[in-house]
Every structure is written in structure tokens, then in C-alpha cells.
Design a protein around this ligand. Structure first.
Ligand code: SF4
Length: 464
């Protein structure tokens, strides 16, 4: 009988993708996913060190599963960044934990699990793998449950921003050969993927240091040719590695969606230098200006941090000034919090918690207004939406995203899932849009910008 795995994932899309890879890998050892931890033979917590309080989260999750271990002898493991960083310390602190799987050790998971099961040993594997086997994909054997699929094209980072743990827990940048990526995307297209999102901690550095002599825009061009794939996205990009060639790709590659997530972190040059970001606010503004010149409809989102050590009021004002100048479509904003093992964590000029909170509230209120205004500006316009599934709020609605990555809900049923649909936006909210279905695209490869009514086709049963 198949065994059951329950997996709990924290953090970024890369972690979500790693969890998907773990499920595909363990499927081959006869493990099927369960959404109910009570039913599981194996519980894995896949962790992230980048976002807030990662270790506390892991220990509290482990606390929740202690009873299951006592009652049923469920195997319990931790994977991801916290596993990489803490290693044996986790096993020492949590006596009922069986398994610690570092970021490069996922391909060895079946063997590690076997050791736990047959020898009853506790196992910890956190060595870095210079061969890059951790980048090999586990391809889906069945049709995909989602129209959207993630593809890791590189891992690691060489930048060493002074607040970030990634280079320590994911290792140096390593890119996958382009042919392997092309084959994976073709396979995903055959299994039903319409949209792919290319992943990497520093995704636009793809190709650096490879013998193959390929760069990120060239990889995008190859993927743009793959039949069945309608949309291409990528995350996360670093402003320093955003080349003019990549900017030009937004003007020439039809499947590349008009959206970029480009973290700026601070609007103050003094703070950017302390962060070791490798660019200045002027360069960032210039790159956004070029993106908008080449692709006027592009949506720009970013990450920003307040309360970095030494941040003074005037630095914060420069951050506000930059975000008001750019008018981002959305911002992911955070209070700086020290990460053990990073340079900035040891600095003495930490900003008081109360000041961080005040700055975050000011920034978020301004951005909320900008996002709402940007969404309201779309009311009355037509938007192409790739329908992903039913809305969580209302089963009579389906939900999907525009090419600019904005969520749109509208009335519709199952047969729309996986379709590219033309919607008219009727209402705008802070985090989503509401629309009505006009039609699906007759052509698989819609024109960019304003749709031509002659190119639209009606789908049976859908109001025109
Ligand atoms: S670019 Fe900086 S923030 Fe991004 S992963 Fe690398 S070190 Fe971390």
C-alpha cells in the first residue's frame, strides 16, 4: 500500500517548487501526498530563512507534530534553508526529529529516508554538491494539476548582501544547461502547463560562469519558441544583473509577460552601499525608465525593507521618494530583522522596533493607495486572463491573472480553467480586480496591447 507524505512549506516560490520536486521524487518510492498530517507516514517541514523568524516557525511546527510521533511513530523531517543552516543542532534540540535534509540534498532523500526506516538512525545531510545534482528536475509523470508550473534554472547567489542568508544556505550561483531546461519546459507543456515561471535566487544572472556561453535573454528566446506555452515569467531578478539586452526582450518576446519583480530594498544610496546591493538609486530609476520606454504597459513590483541598521529619517524619506516617483504596481515591504550569520546582524546601530513599525506603516499606507489607483485605472478596459481555478471566496467565480500578474475574479465554471480569456474589468480592489468574461482567444498567441476584436472567438456557452 502507498505511504502518505504530508509536506508543510514556508517562504518563497523556490521553496514551493522544492516541495513539488520532493513530492515527484517520493512518488517514485510509492509515497502519495496527503493534506492531512494525521494520515501521514512521513511529515516534512520545508523551511525558509529569508522571511521572518524562520527558526521559531520550525520549532513551533515540530511541537505540533510531537504527539503524532508518540502516537503513530510518524517519521518527521526538516528540509530547506533552516535545515541547511542548523544541521545536527536541530536533531540535538528536537529528540523526536528523524531527518534533516539540506538544500543540496533533496535528490538523496529516498536513500536518507531508507536509512531512517531500516536502520532506525537519525540522519543529517547538509553538504554542498559542486556537481549541481540538486538542480536536476524530477519530471511529472501525470498531467499537472495546475496550468502554471515553476522551473528552477539556477540556484545560489554570489552577491552577499549584508542582510541576506541565501549565499550561505544555497551556495554559489549555478545554472542549468539550457537544453535541459528546454526539455523540461517541453515536457511541462505536454502535461498541460500554459505558463512557466523561471526560478532562481538571482535568476537574471543565469548563464554566468557557464561553459555554454548563453545568457538569460537568450534562454528566454529559446523558451519563447516552445509550443503550448503561452506565458513566461521569472523571479527574482537583481537590478545589477538587469541588462539592456533583457530590457529589449520585453519588446520582442511575445510570451514574456509584461511584469517584472525588481527588488530595490532602499531608496538611499548610503543604505544601499551598507546593504552591499551593488547599485545606486539613480541606476535603479534609469532601468525602470528604460523598461517603461521599451514596454509601456509593464507592471513593476519590488521588495523594500525599512529599519536597516543605521537607517535615518532622511534615508527613509529617500525610500518614500523613490517609490512615489516610480509608482510601483505593488510592493512587498518588510521590517529589517537580523539573520544569524549575516554581516549586518552584528552591527551596533540597529533601529528601534517602534521606529521600524512606524516607517513600515507609513510606507504601506502610501503604497496601498498607489496600488488601488493603478487597479482602478483598469476599470472599463479589456484584459487577457489565464484562468487558474476556482476562486477561494466564491465557488461560482473563477480566478486567474493578467499578463501584468494582477489577480482577476469573474463568474465562470470548470471548463474555463486553463483557458486564456478576455475579460472586461468592472471593479477594482486593493489586491484584486473583478471582471466579466467577454470571450476566449481564438488565437493561441494573442497580440500584445489592445486586442483586435477580429481576432476574438466565442466559446460555447460564454456570453459575448
Ligand atoms: S542578491 Fe542579495 S538579497 Fe538576493 S539572494 Fe543574493 S544576497 Fe540575498
Amino acid at each position: 500500500m502507498a505511504k502518505r507524505i504530508y509536506i508543510e512549506t514556508y517562504g518563497c516560490q523556490m521553496n514551493e517548487h522544492d516541495s513539488e520536486q520532493i513530492l515527484r521524487l517520493l512518488e517514485r518510492s510509492d509515497y502519495l501526498e496527503t493534506k492531512d498530517a494525521q494520515q501521514a507516514d512521513l511529515i516534512l517541514i520545508n523551511t525558509c530563512s529569508v522571511r521572518e523568524k524562520p527558526e521559531q516557525k520550525v520549532y513551533s511546527a515540530l511541537g505540533r507534530f510531537k504527539k503524532l510521533k508518540e502516537k503513530k511513530g510518524t517519521i518527521i523531517g526538516v528540509a530547506g534553508c533552516v535545515a541547511q543552516q542548523e544541521g545536527w543542532r536541530l536533531l540535538e534540540r528536537v529528540p523526536y526529529l528523524d531527518l534533516v535534509v539540506g538544500t543540496h540534498a533533496i535528490p538523496s532523500l529516498p536513500q536518507l529516508l531508507e536509512k531512517v526506516l531500516t536502520l532506525g538512525e537519525k540522519v543529517c545531510e547538509t553538504d554542498f554538491d559542486p556537481e549541481g545534482r540538486y538542480l536536476d528536475p524530477f519530471l511529472p509523470e501525470r498531467p499537472l494539476s495546475s496550468v502554471k508550473s515553476y522551473v528552477t534554472i539556477m540556484q545560489g547567489c554570489n552577491h552577499f548582501c549584508s542582510y541576506c542568508i541565501v549565499p550561505y544556505v544555497r551556495g554559489k550561483e549555478k545554472s542549468r544547461p539550457s537544453q535541459e531546461i528546454v526539455e523540461e519546459v517541453k515536457c511541462l507543456a505536454q502535461k498541460g502547463a500554459k505558463e512557466i515561471c523561471l526560478l532562481g535566487q538571482n535568476v537574471n544572472a543565469y548563464g554566468k560562469g557557464m561553459k555554454e556561453g548563453i545568457d538569460f535573454p537568450e534562454l528566454l528566446s529559446k523558451l519563447n519558441e516552445i509550443e503550448g506555452i503561452e506565458r513566461i515569467r521569472f523571479t527574482t531578478s537583481h537590478p545589477k544583473d538587469l541588462s539592456e539586452k533583457l530590457i529589449q526582450a520585453y519588446g520582442s518576446l511575445k510570451k514574456l509577460c509584461e511584469h517584472i519583480h525588481l527588488p530595490f530594498q532602499s531608496g538611499s544610496n548610503r543604505i544601499l552601499e551598507r546593504m552591499n546591493r551593488g547599485y545606486h538609486r539613480e541606476t535603479y530609476l534609469e532601468k525602470v525608465h528604460r523598461l517603461r520606454e521599451v514596454c509601456p504597459s509593464i507592471a513593476i513590483t519590488a521588495d523594500v525593507m525599512v529599519g536597516f541598521p543605521g537607517e535615518e529619517e532622511k534615508d527613509f524619506e529617500e525610500t518614500l521618494d523613490l517609490m512615489i516617483k516610480i509608482r510601483f504596481d505593488d510592493l512587498f515591504s518588510f521590517k529589517y530583522s537580523p539573520r544569524k550569520g549575516t554581516t549586518a546582524a552584528g552591527w551596533s546601530d540597529q533601529v528601534e522596533e517602534q521606529v521600524k513599525q512606524q516607517r513600515l506603516s507609513i510606507l504601506q499606507n502610501i503604497q496601498k493607495e498607489i496600488t488601488l489607483q493603478k487597479n482602478q485605472a483598469l476599470v472599463g478596459y479589456l484584459e487577457e486572463v489565464l484562468v487558474e481555478g476556482h476562486s477561494k471566496q466564491n465557488r461560482e467565480d473563477v480566478t486567474g491573472r493578467t499578463r501584468t500578474n494582477k489577480a482577476v475574479n469573474f463568474k465562470g465554471d470548470d471548463h474555463l480553467i486553463g483557458c486564456l480569456v478576455l475579460t472586461k474589468i468592472t471593479r477594482a480592489y486593493a489586491h484584486s480586480l473583478y471582471g466579466e468574461c467577454i470571450t476566449t482567444w481564438k488565437k493561441k498567441d494573442p497580440l500584445r496591447g489592445k486586442p483586435d476584436p477580429d481576432e476574438l472567438g466565442l466559446l460555447e456557452g460564454i456570453p459575448s
